[in-house]
Design a protein around this ligand. Structure first.
Ligand SMILES: [Zn+2]
Ligand SMILES: [Zn+2]
Length: 857
């Protein structure tokens, strides 16, 4: 067996990535035996390139999926991408703009063609990246939300919802982006508190000279569209004015004074202006009082002809002019500073304008009831469990979902409008004549559906629904969903609603919500901060396995993940350690591997089998509970601190039974495989295989805990060896001796441990590089002594001449450490955020450094 000297993941990772696919290792089949484990990917945007958040998500998914596959489950990880309506349309429109073309001039068909072209060229980027990073998806089942099959599912759901009375078209106040020129769902608007003003404006009451009603507004330009002012029926201050009218300043329009709860006697002046066309609450009040709706702002955020002298002005310019005019005329009573909540378009950050428009809505209340019930009954569980509360809060307060978007890229709404009689026809197949008037003049609705409409069907549309496919029967409901909290409502909630409605069954049993990847200072990563870690750059630098391991180490449920260069660096060292262990083993096994494997297990063989068994118990339980950090820590501890640091050292001393060592290593590789798939496949493929063994470690059995393999006797024996060696090492470190220098000493012991130590005298002495006498007696007081419960060890430490250069270096290092600790302890931001445990340990270290420095001077 030969193995390259240096661990170079770049040499073999791309090879295995492709080989797994070419060999159909991840291919699922409904006919396969085993329990079903199925999972659909949160489809990344087709515009996307892989970012570190994807890599975390895919690593967590991949660990769980590979584990299930190795357990012998019938495992499917279904991949795919989302057409991502607005996002994609913006990318291509921007490209066209760079070529000097306005996409609107191109026309709908040409533009769509252009997007498909773009998708063919760059839409596969994220897939290629995922393959390279070893995501064990079944690529033969890859789906795209605009595939013909998925589009059929979308149409079926739209029409069925309409037929069931759960979908309607109506005139409503929507969030409108004057830049993207489309309606937005509530979720696509981000709100932020912004410093603004409250303008108090006096409206003269008609027929009562000198009497005014003062309204307060944050958006004075909308007054141009006022059609009433409201007072509260319980507000004695104004009751005498009910039935009268006011004169709208600037527009010189007479508008009624109405009684409505919209006016809150406790807020402002107790009088409010009513603008039904530009405010959602006023829109409702307008309906109650049959008020006209005067639209003074258009789709582009410009003032309409109805705004009179302000027509064609931008809405913000109109605000300045309106305020100036009011001031000039004396109608502006006062201006207050006021904090208001401004909604902006999630995509382009333009201030959203509430506008009345005709849109398609899904009636969500009846759907939400079912979606609440399946979580209450425990059919669907969230991990961590606190997300359940967030889910309920949203579901209980759900509003109808505006599903139409004024875009070109997406699923066109399957509705047709008759030009003759204005009838609207919703149908699965394109109609040719109007069923009401027989006219052939039918025009399809120009809107497309919200991107989340199609991804809401993802768990069943990807498995072939509305057809009754074998895949659907076998893999639905899926077992698990792993995703980020940011799409809990956009996506997870909608999948639950639509899955329950159309499949009559939940879409998944468990939802695991992962954290965010943050930088060394716990900051969110963002392009503007320049702290973004590109997964492709770091995997090239450290190897995919090392980056995966670094991510997993921080991935405790319910916490964010800190990813640093140091952590990736040390994970690479971990991979390197395993590589070197393999090299060492392979060199010793030589040709006689098979013969050697029959050897009677030695004490260290029994010990490593017992440790491996314990590690398997922890790893299985931790993966099952999504405690990825624990999996990583256990594997790290096992490979580094048990297998490499002790077992291989003990093997060097005994020098025999290499076959047993290789067998233990093979089991350990399988244990590590879900976390570090490339390294383990590369090494596993070099081991000798028996006929009938699987072709890939990805298909080999995952090690399971076996009570028969626990060996407390062997564990006790090796623990004694470790205890004695550690004593000698401590003494040596304290004396600052060269670790290679051979020493002499005595091991005093008064318990049964001494006999054990004597039995392993050879191993202890060789590993610790000491020649020991073993004495069953009390140790004399000695200067260079260290003790444990079982032993006292005394070593003859030779006097070493003091090295002034080394001493100076040590002093400098100590001073540096002290300065660092003091800086940390003086940083208030750090202190307020860091856990107490961390702060305490820094304090303790600082005290220790200071004591050491004091001793030196
Ligand atoms: Zn926008
Ligand atoms: Zn008609």
């Amino acid at each position: 067996m030969q193995i390259e000297k240096v661990y170079e993941p770049q040499r073999f990772e791309p090879h295995w990535a492709q080989w797994w696919i070419d060999s159909n290792i991840f291919r699922a089949s409904p006919g396969n035996p085993g329990r079903v484990f199925s999972l659909v990917i949160p489809p990344p945007n087709v515009t996307g390139v892989l970012h570190i958040g994807h890599m975390l998500e895919h690593t967590e998914i991949d660990v769980t999926v590979r584990w299930h596959r190795m357990l012998g489950d019938n495992t499917l990880w279904l991949p795919g991408t989302d057409h991502a309506g607005i996002a994609t349309q913006m990318v291509v429109a921007r490209q066209l703009k760079e070529e000097g073309v306005n996409y609107r001039d191109l026309g709908r068909e040409k533009f769509e063609e252009r997007v498909w072209q773009w998708k063919a060229q760059s839409g596969d980027t994220i897939k290629r990246q995922m393959i390279r990073l070893g995501a064990s998806c079944d690529w033969s089942r890859e789906r795209f939300t605009l595939d013909p099959g998925l589009s059929r599912a979308v149409r079926e759901v739209f029409v069925s919802l309409y037929e069931r009375g759960l979908l309607y078209r109506g005139e409503y106040m929507v969030n409108w982006c004057p830049n993207c020129l489309t309606a937005l769902s509530d979720l696509e608007v981000t709100h932020a508190e912004t410093a603004g003003h409250l303008w108090h404006i006096a409206y003269p009451v008609n027929g009562m000279p000198g009497r005014v009603l003062t309204v307060a507004t944050t958006r004075p330009e909308t007054m141009l569209g006022d059609t009433a002012v409201a007072i509260n029926a319980k507000d004695a201050r104004y009751l005498d004015l009910h039935g009268r009218t006011v004169q709208l300043p600037l527009m010189d329009r007479e508008i009624p004074i109405i009684l409505d709860d919209l006016a809150d006697p406790q807020f402002g002046t107790g009088v409010v202006k009513v603008t039904p066309a530009h405010d959602p609450n006023d829109f409702e009040a307008g309906k109650r009082h049959n008020l006209p709706k005067i639209q003074v702002i258009d789709d582009h955020g410009r003032m309409t002809a109805a705004a009179g002298p302000y027509a064609n002005l931008d809405r913000f310019e109109a605000r300045r002019r309106v305020v100036a005019e009011l001031e000039k005329s004396g109608a502006l009573v006062k201006i207050e500073d006021y904090k208001l909540n401004v909604g902006r378009c999630d995509r382009c950050k333009t201030v959203v304008e509430p506008l009345i428009s005709t849109q398609w809505f899904v009636k969500t209340k009846p759907l939400a009831e079912k979606a609440i019930a399946v979580v209450e009954s425990g059919e669907i569980g969230f991990v961590p469990a606190n997300w359940t509360k967030t889910y309920y809060e949203w579901m209980y307060n759900i509003r109808d979902w505006c599903v139409s978007r004024q875009l070109w890229w997406g699923h066109r709404i399957p509705a047709w409008h008759c030009s003759e009689c204005k009838e609207t026809i919703v149908a699965r197949e394109t109609p040719t004549t109007c069923p009401r008037c027989g006219s052939g003049e039918l025009k399809q609705d120009t809107d497309v559906l919200d991107t989340w409409f199609s991804s809401g069907l993802w768990p069943f549309s990807t498995l072939g629904w509305p057809d009754k496919t074998e895949d659907l029967a076998k893999y639905y409901p899926t077992t698990l969903l792993i995703t980020g909290f940011d799409i809990l409502f956009f996506w997870v909630a909608r999948m639950v609603m639509l899955g329950c409605e159309f499949m009559g069954e939940i879409p998944f049993r468990t939802v695991y919500i992962h954290g965010l990847v943050r930088d060394a200072d716990r900051q969110k990563m963002s392009k503007t901060k320049g702290n973004v870690i590109d997964p492709l750059v770091v995997t090239e630098k450290y190897g995919t396995d090392a980056v995966r391991m670094a991510l997993l180490q921080g991935a405790a449920p319910g916490t964010d993940i800190v990813l640093t260069e140091e952590r990736m660096e040390s994970s690479r060292a971990f991979a390197n350690k395993i590589w070197n262990a393999a090299r060492f083993l392979f060199m010793n096994v030589g040709e006689g591997a098979a013969a050697a494997s029959a050897a009677e297990p030695s004490i260290e063989d029994r010990w490593i089998v017992s440790r491996l068994n314990a590690a398997a118990e922890t790893a299985n339980r931790a993966i099952e509970q999504y405690r990825y950090h624990e999996v990583a820590q256990e594997l790290w501890k096992f490979f580094w601190h048990e297998f490499c640091d002790w077992y291989l050292e003990l093997k060097k001393v005994s020098g025999t039974g290499w076959g047993n060592a290789v067998a233990a290593f093979e089991t350990a590789l399988r244990l590590l495989h879900p976390a570090m798939p490339f390294l383990t496949e590369e090494l596993w493929q070099r081991l000798e295989r028996k006929p009938g063994d699987p072709t890939s470690i990805a298909l080999a059995a995952y090690p399971q805990y076996d009570p028969a393999l626990a060996d407390p006797d062997a564990e006790r024996e090796i623990a004694v060896v470790q205890e004695a060696v550690t004593l000698a090492r401590t003494l040596r470190t304290e004396a600052k001796l060269d670790p290679k220098q051979q020493l002499q000493g005595v091991l005093y012991g008064r318990t049964a441990a001494l006999a054990i130590a004597q039995r392993h005298a050879d191993a202890i002495q060789k590993i610790a590089r000491v020649t020991l006498e073993f004495k069953n007696e009390e140790a004399p007081k000695a200067a260079v002594m260290r003790s444990t419960v079982d032993f006292d060890m005394v070593l003859d430490i030779p006097k070493v001449a003091e090295d002034p250069v080394r001493k100076q270096k040590e002093r400098e290092q100590l001073e540096k450490n002290i300065a660092n600790s003091r800086r940390q302890l003086g940083d208030e931001v750090f202190l307020s955020k860091a856990p107490t445990k961390v702060v305490d340990s820094i304090r303790a270290k600082l005290a220790d450094y200071e004591a050491q420095l004091a001793k030196m001077v």
